[in-house]
Design a protein around this ligand. Structure first.
Ligand code: CP
Ligand code: NVA
Length: 305
């Protein structure tokens, strides 16, 4: 009765080697995008939050691999009317070959994975965004050709994107610094885990409330929105709290001259980043978004084929 399935809920569950294998597979898939390895397979995609990139890249990715994807908006399914997640997991397990879910509580994704007999992929929770971090790592490798000896700096909210990026950097042995205002630091357990992983891989993990210390000598500068989905009512107070953490030319002057700017998108110009930076020569945000497609296809091929 052993369950022969692997989920993708967090980068913590994957070794550095597995992450590199996924990235290498993504590089191959980018060169050879149409492969009929998932013929007859279906991915159910449950969305309880908005999405452009995640939805389109998963849907297109399944199609390019010979399979099919179903978009399930929670409002239009029984999930939105309170059907237990356990029942949803058991029902979908008999119809489809994998489930991608974007939701609020991370525990919901774990619950779904526990009761599903098919692979479950985390397409973003309040806690983490591992598909994004995979794409971020591939983008950095595309730009720099290596991870070791580089410093990635994240400025802003210690949120889902920050958590996954921090773990991803630690796993591949890249130094990571996060600069955030007091009260908006990343989860301390995630930081401790990243530090422990970094001690093995040679990556340092720095958490600071000083944005200039965070950015000093950075190879990569990364930011995300100040108010994530579900935090819209905190927008005004967050704008005040995060003002010194805007990625602008004053701050990027502390980075290496050949730094690259990344953002998971969607972005708010003149809030977390100036237009000058995100639309300027250092920005790689669109290749980064396109890498979502390639890494998720690698993941689908690994988990569903
Ligand atoms: N970066 C990201 O996950 O984008 P979407 O919210 O558009 O899916
Ligand atoms: N931190 C953002 C990421 C969006 C892709 C959010 O959760 O809304």
């Amino acid at each position: 009765m052993t369950k022969q399935k692997k989920d993708f809920l967090n980068l913590l569950d994957y070794t550095g080697e597995e992450i590199l294998e996924l990235i290498n597979e993504a590089i191959e898939l980018e060169k050879n995008p149409i492969q009929n390895v998932l013929a007859g397979k279906t991915l159910a995609m449950i969305f309880e939050k908005s999405s452009t990139r995640t939805r389109v890249s998963f849907e297109t990715g399944m199609y390019q691999l010979g399979g099919n994807a179903l978009y399930l908006n929670s409002q239009d399914t029984q999930i939105g009317r309170g059907e237990p997640i356990e029942d949803t997991a058991k029902v979908l397990s008999g119809y489809v070959d994998g489930i991608m879910i974007r939701t609020f509580e991370h525990s919901k994704v774990e619950e779904l994975a526990k009761h599903a007999s098919i692979p479950v992929i985390n397409g973003l929770t309040d806690f983490s965004h591992p598909c994004q971090a995979l794409a971020d790592l591939k983008t950095i490798l595309d730009l720099k050709g290596k991870f070791k000896g580089l410093k990635t700096t994240y400025l802003g909210d210690g949120n889902n994107v920050a958590h996954s990026l921090m773990i991803g950097c630690a796993k591949v042995g890249m130094d990571f610094a996060i600069g955030c205002p007091k009260g908006y630091e990343p989860d301390s357990e995630v930081v401790e885990k990243a530090k422990a992983i970094g001690a093995e891989t040679g990556a340092t993990i720095t958490v600071t409330n000083d944005p200039t210390i965070a950015v000093l000598n950075a190879d990569i500068i990364y930011t995300d929105v100040w108010a994530s989905m579900g935090q819209e009512s905190e927008q005004k107070e967050r704008e005040l709290a995060f003002a010194d953490f805007q990625v602008n030319s004053k701050l990027t002057a502390y980075a290496k001259e050949d730094y690259h700017f990344l953002h998971c998108l969607p972005a708010h110009r003149e809030e977390e980043v100036t237009a000058e930076i995100i639309d300027g020569p250092h920005s790689a945000v669109f290749p980064q978004a396109h890498n979502r497609l390639h890494v998720q296809k690698a993941l689908l091929k690994k988990l569903l084929a």
